[in-house]
Design a protein around this ligand. Structure first.
Ligand code: NDP
Length: 395
């Protein structure tokens, strides 16, 4: 019998289940590039349901309990008195979502004597101290591709929201105004702009593809170059490093994982090297940007706007400066947890659990850490090293 500790965000304040806006979600048949969708033996939920909050339980309770396993679900994750820390010492599996991350620091991993699997219901396992996980021989897995398109859609939305000054214009309407000049004094078309992505992986490439029809000049930097055919198809300019990309674009959208190479990449110096009036959209991880450098650049007007959905820590305190900085279009960490995405990562979490609990190999593309080292997607996209993984910073 395994004890599975599932950390999920709280239920809606209006109660659970909500009244759904739509009766169903579209059925997908695969991911771009050919990766297959999650394939558990069965699911015990209806796709389109709210699964990522405590009462949704990722639809896992029946499956786990009918197989003799124990499921503990909580949203109480911070500090030594939290339910998460109380339940952790004898948990075999910890599952959490990046939107409401249960930070698995080295200290917590040391307390979790039975822990074997840290499962991310989503993408991005930087809330786990990967060095400590490797040293302990844990498996870290995530549901690769489950919400990549969800995030790309959000990034495109936030690029347009910033450049076209949507948030401020909407505010004038809800305040009862019709102040056209006030709305448009910061509004532009994206057409003709230089738009670049940091990392052209699953999300970054999908963002490039979605921006191409806007007739912008596309740019990217990645540690590995896209195939020639893709570069030609998108007419996208490759940059050998982030600095070259940053000084060449009007809009940058960040899509790299957070790891030692990307931690605080967008610091005061890199931001200062960007064109005056540039926009940054960051749906990857907050700590790729230096928090106060972003605030200062918005206040000075060097940056025309900053948007994203990732913060540090999560949830951020009520006085986090990104809540009140000028010309922001922030959301909470929601881009990858649409009801559409939840159906995929709940199914993927179950697939990974089914394999893990029956001693079968977890799909290689789902692996981040396995067998004492980076593995699968982790080996392709992450690096390890002291002090750079936020899990390891224990902040
Ligand atoms: P992928 O693994 O498909 O892509 C990541 C890309 O980043 C790879 O192409 C990788 O290169 C590249 N990369 C790694 N390090 C660097 C670096 N130092 N500089 C430039 N490029 C680098 O992941 P996804 O596209 O699916 O997701 C990316 C990230 O987005 C996740 O790690 C997560 O942090 C975030 N995310 C956010 C979500 C949200 O809700 N806001 C939801 C899902 C993900 P290589 O070719 O070498 O592999």
């Amino acid at each position: 019998m395994a004890k599975v500790l599932l950390v999920l965000y709280p239920d809606p304040v209006s109660g659970y289940p909500p009244v759904y806006a739509r009766d169903s979600i579209p059925v997908l048949h695969g991911y771009p590039g050919g990766q297959t969708l999650p394939s558990p033996s069965a699911i015990d939920f209806t796709p389109g349901e709210l699964l990522g909050c405590v009462s949704g339980e990722l639809g896992l309770r029946d499956f786990l309990e009918s197989n003799g396993h124990q499921l503990v679900v909580t949203s109480d994750k911070e500090g030594p008195d939290s339910e998460f820390e109380r339940e952790l010492p004898d948990a075999d599996v910890v599952i959490s979502q990046p939107f409401w991350p249960a930070y698995l620091t080295a200290e917590r991993i040391a307390k979790a004597k039975n822990l074997k699997l840290a499962l991310t219901a989503g993408i991005g396992s930087d809330h786990v101290d990967l060095d400590a996980a490797i040293a302990r021989g844990l498996t870290v897995a995530e549901v690769t591709f489950c919400n990549s398109i969800s995030v790309a859609e959000h990034a495109v939305m936030q690029i347009l929201a910033l450049v076209r000054n949507f948030i401020a214009s909407h505010q004038w309407v809800t305040d009862g105004g019709w102040n056209i000049a006030d709305c448009v004094e910061r509004a532009y078309d994206v057409e003709g702009m230089d738009v670049g992505v940091i990392a052209a992986g699953r999300i970054g490439l999908a963002t490039l593809r979605r921006m191409a029809p806007f007739d912008v000049n596309l740019h990217y930097f990645d540690t590995r170059r896209l195939p020639d055919a893709v570069e030609k198809e998108l007419n996208v300019t490759y940059h050998p490093d982030a600095a070259s990309l940053a000084r060449s674009v009007d809009v940058v959208s960040i899509h790299a994982p957070l790891h030692p190479q990307t931690y605080h990449l967008f610091d005061e110096k890199l931001i200062a090297s960007m064109r005056r009036g540039s926009y940054i959209v960051n749906t990857a991880r907050a700590e790729i940007c230096v928090r106060d450098a972003v605030v200062a650049a918005l206040k000075s007007g060097h940056l025309a706007g900053y948007a994203g959905d990732v913060w540090y820590p999560q949830p951020p305190p009520s006085d986090h400066p990104w809540r009140s900085m000028p010309n922001e279009a922030m959301t909470p960490h929601v881009s990858g947890t649409t009801l559409s995405a939840q159906a995929r990562y709940a199914a993927g979490a179950r697939e990974i659990l089914e394999d893990f609990l029956s001693d079968k190999a977890i799909r290689d593309e789902y692996l981040i850490v396995s067998g004492g080292g980076l593995a699968g997607t982790g080996a392709a996209s992450y690096t390890t090293g002291s002090g750079a993984s936020p899990g390891s910073s224990g902040k």
